[in-house]
Ligand binder design. Structure first.
Ligand code: ATP
Ligand code: MG
Length: 248
């Protein structure tokens, strides 16, 4: 059974058909890259899957349940977390506290009968462990505003990961950073996804990165899925190269 199955998704903004009849599936433990030129509808699709937007038409099932009508919070509890194209951090808080906040919000106030001090220690330890997985532990005390762009992007992913999702949706986790740093970020993300058996949908423009890390690639064009397949299949697809060369 697919982990996520979306069928017939549509979302328009006025006359703009941002997502125009998309079927999309994610298998357990699969790393999918979502590619396509600016305005193709990638972020809109991620917003529909994460619950930030409601579709005009279509259904989304996750883990066997219909989640089409669920709020963002309910989808997080079901196991879907995301990061944003523009990072969404508490700039004045340090790196550790950004992750700790996610842990607290995940566990809720009432469901844990532990004493406050004990909860705090546990959350701190867990947050440090997560920072270690993303190579950010030495920065634990730095305010998020004081991080380099690549570190900010990684921290945003770490915050989403701290919600312990089954599926993580990452909207351009490497945007705005240099080529070398892109590699570092994707290496960290891919190793967490593999080691923790997560499924991931990663919006990415750099095709070298996409071909290196994906199990499957889905290319969107003008609100629809133009092509999908393994890196080898996508490399050989002439419609894909036409779009990539700007002839689509
Ligand atoms: N909130 C909105 N209001 C109006 N139009 C929107 C809104 N969000 C997206 N659009 C439009 O929908 C289309 C798809 O946008 P979307 O942001 O999903 O593309 P994208 O593939 O993520 O592009 P990019 O690579 O630039 O991030 C674009 O034409 C965009 O201008
Ligand atoms: Mg986008």
């Amino acid at each position: 059974m697919s982990l996520l199955l979306a069928q017939g998704l549509r979302k328009s903004f006025g006359e703009t058909r941002a997502v125009n009849g998309v079927d999309f599936r994610v298998e357990p433990e699969e790393l999918i890259s979502l590619v396509g030129s600016n305005g193709a509808g990638k972020t809109t699709l991620v917003n529909l899957l994460s619950g930030l937007l409601r579709p005009d038409a279509g259904q989304i099932a996750f883990d066997g349940a219909d989640i089409t009508a669920l709020s963002v919070g309910a989808r997080i509890r079901a196991g879907i977390a995301r990061s944003f194209q523009l990072v969404n951090l508490f700039d004045q808080l340090n790196v550790l506290d950004n992750v700790r906040l996610a842990i607290f919000s995940r566990d809720g106030v009432t469901r844990q009968p532990l004493r406050l001090a004990e909860r705090d220690t546990r959350a701190r330890n867990e947050a440090m462990e997560i920072l270690g997985e993303f190579g950010l532990e030495s920065k634990w005390d730095t305010p998020a505003a004081g991080l380099a762009q690549g570190e900010r992007k990684l921290l945003d992913v770490a915050v989403a990961y701290a919600l312990r999702p089954k599926l993580i949706l990452l909207d351009e986790p490497t945007s705005g950073v240099g080529t070398r740093e892109k590699g570092v970020i994707m290496e960290a993300i891919a190793s967490v996804v593999r080691e923790r058996f997560l499924a991931a949908v990663i919006v990415e423009h750099d095709m070298d990165v996409v071909f290196t890390y994906s199990d499957r690639i889905v290319m969107m064009h003008q609100g629809a899925v133009l092509a999908e397949g393994t890196p080898d299949q996508i490399r050989a697809d002439e419609r894909v190269s036409a779009v990539l060369l700007g002839k689509g």
